[in-house]
Structure formats: C-alpha cells, structure tokens
Design a protein around this ligand. Structure first.
Ligand code: TXA
Ligand code: MG
Length: 348
C-alpha cells in the first residue's frame, strides 16, 4: 500500500491482521522484536507500539506520528511485577501502587513513577519519570506476552488528530507508516487512560480519562487536580499543552445548550455533536439545519458517550463540514474526560 513518507522514512507495506488469531499475534510479536511498529487495540484506544527498550524502534514511533520528541510515551506491560523493572524500588513499593493495581489493572489507568535506567530516555522524553499501564484487552496482553518486551505506545493517530477507536481509523492516518495493524474491533472504553502521578506521597491527576478520578479517590484518598487541568499538568505532562483531537472542521462547544451559533447560514454545512437525544432535539428546534448529526448516547449514559466520542468525531471529520457545534456534558466521572477531549478538539 502506498503511504506518505514519515519524516524521510521509506513507506512500509501496512498489513491488517485479525487480532484474535494466534498466528497474527506471533507475526506481530516478531515484528516488534525486530524493531518495527505494530498498532494494536486496547480497551481505551488503539496504540502505536514499539519495543520500549529499543531506542531506535521508539524513535520510529515519533517519526510515524510526527509527534514532537518532548512528549513522553506510556510503557505497556502485562504483569504488575514488571513495575519494579522500570520504576525505582521506592516507587514500585509504594503501597498505593499495589492498591491501585489490584483494583484497576488491567484497565484504563496509567501510573507515573520515577524511572530506572532500564527505560531509554527517548521513551520518557528525558523526564526522570515513566508512565506505566497494564491494558485490559486480550489482544494487547497477548502481544506483550508473545513479544516478551514492554511496549511503548502512544495513541495510533497522527499528532494532534483524533485518537483511533477502530482499526480503520489507524489505517486512515498511518498506512505506509506502520508494519502491522492488529484488528480487535471497536474499543470498549473509547477515551484514553487516566494518567496519575504518584510522587512523595502526593497523587496528581495529569489527564482525566477512562477511569473516573472519583474511583481512584475511593481507593487511595484525595487526588490533587487543577480547576484547569492543563495549567497545572502541562509542566508535569508535556503532551498536555498542545492542541489535540482536532477534526478537520473547527469545533465549538455551545454553552449553555441550546445557544448561540446553532443556526446554519445559507449553504453552510454545520455538524451537530449532541450529548443525548434531548440535546439533539433542543438543537434542531433552536438552530440547524445540520448537514451531519452525531448523538453520543441517546439516553445520556456516560459510559456509552465516552465509547462513541472519537468514533463520532471521525465521522464528522469525514463529512466535509464547515464547522461543528458540540453540546457540553456534566463534568464528573467519565464526563471529565469527555469535556477535556472536547475542549482540546475546540482549540485552534
Ligand atoms: O489509553 C491510553 O493511555 C492510550 C493507550 C494506547 O494506552 N495511550 C495514550 O498515549 O493515550 P498518548 O501518548 O497519546 O498519551 C500519553 C499521555 C501524554 O499526555 C503524555 O504526556 C503523558 O501520558 N505521559 C507519558 N509519560 C509521562 C511522564 N513520564 N510524565 C508525565 N506524563 C507522561
Ligand atoms: Mg494521544
């Protein structure tokens, strides 16, 4: 398959293989061990994986995504014992790690701990910490185990674009830049993992995600967050400062809903991203007409809404729109992650 060149790297032929087949896992594991890139499903989003202890392979991830080198990657492991191989003893032995791992791993939680020398500097963008997670997806776990290496993987999208929740999203953005795409169907959670920094007895939310921060607090007590997560977290989590999740057309969050900006001008193609059926009806009564409509969850279920968010953005992206209007959701539980991603998609 012809692909665009990623920063001078020659295009590779991209093969899409069924994630459930043991033969595919074996082929993908061999590719990883040979320093090649493999995209794979997790319960959150698809990841673009490389052998985390092979600095040259990890460099290919940055090139394929056109991701700046200051933005560190998450290291995916299959077993909680692996934490002690990549994080310093003191942090790996932090009782909160055992508590969180027992409750939420495998799952959509990433822990940032002080790193050992076993992790190449390119993985952590030179930071003294490493982000670790055990994904809750049988294909991801089978791949890590078969490869017998930890897998460094960002979301498998081009930098700044909408994250992939289906194999075809990966192919659209990265064909020619990744050797193998393991197809595991649509991602169950649909937003990326919650990123939590544990340091000096403190716990800091660096990115709201698929595990509600309220659940973390039930397990380990208060988690520090910022009114604007970006302001505080940007310095600690470099990837948080850039605009992200951007669909092709400009997106605006309309608050209160329904409000200004919902009416389409003559000939203008406006896309509607409604949170629920009532929000759609209110928008259609107050504005429109809409050239494309997506409803995150007709009955307003946050889990369903999170799972459909990126899929909806990908479809709106493909609809050739002039602009997109989005309905805000309540900012608690998974709603925190949904609003975070919408705000980033809205950023110019
Ligand atoms: O659900 C997920 O987390 C997905 C799947 C593939 O696991 N991965 C993902 O990776 O979303 P990525 O690279 O798109 O986002 C990783 C986030 C970035 O905001 C990055 O800055 C932060 O984690 N991060 C990684 N290592 C870090 C570190 N050492 N300190 C602080 N933040 C870190
Ligand atoms: Mg990402």
């Amino acid at each position: 398959m012809a692909g665009q060149r990623g920063l001078g790297a020659p295009p590779v032929e991209t093969r899409v293989l069924p994630g459930t087949s043991p033969a595919s896992i074996a082929v993908a594991a061999a590719a990883l061990r040979a320093g090649e890139l493999v995209a794979f499903p997790t319960e959150t989003v698809y990841g673009l994986g490389a052998d985390a202890v092979d600095a040259r392979a990890v460099a290919r991830v940055f090139a394929a995504k056109e991701r700046p080198r200051f933005d560190p990657l998450i290291v995916h492991v299959a077993d909680v014992d692996e934490v002690a191989r990549y994080a310093i003893e003191e942090d790996a032995a932090d009782p909160r790690v055992a508590t969180l791992a027992a409750r939420f791993w495998p799952g959509p939680l990433t822990l940032v701990l002080r790193k050992r020398d076993t992790v190449p500097g390119i993985v952590t963008a030179g930071l003294p910490t490493v982000a670790l997670r055990i994904p809750a997806h049988p294909v991801a776990l089978a791949l890590i185990r078969a490869a017998e290496v930890p897998i460094a993987a960002p979301s498998a999208n081009r930098f700044g674009r909408v994250s992939p929740t289906r194999a075809e999203h990966v192919v659209r953005q990265l064909a020619g830049r990744v050797r193998i795409v393991l197809d595991g169907g649509p991602c169950r959670v649909g937003v990326e993992s919650t990123v939590l920094l544990l340091a000096d007895g403190d716990a800091v939310l660096l990115r709201p995600g698929g595990l509600p921060v309220e659940s973390i607090e039930e397990a380990i007590g208060p988690v520090r967050r910022h009114a604007n997560v970006d302001a505080g977290a940007a310095a600690l989590s470099p990837g948080r400062q850039a605009s992200h999740y951007a669909p092709g057309a400009p997106l605006a969050i309309v608050d209160p809903w329904p409000g200004l900006g919902l009416a389409a001008a003559a000939g203008e193609r406006v896309g509607l991203l409604a949170a629920d059926a009532a929000g759609r009806a209110a928008a259609e009564a107050a504005g429109g007409p809409f050239a494309a409509v997506e409803v995150l969850s007709a009955r307003g279920d946050p889990t369903e809404a999170a799972a459909s968010l990126f899929d909806a953005l990908h479809r709106l992206d493909a609809a050739g729109l002039d602009r997109i209007v989005a309905q805000p959701v309540a900012e608690d539980g998974l709603g925190r992650a949904i609003m975070d991603r919408l705000r980033r998609a809205a950023r110019p």
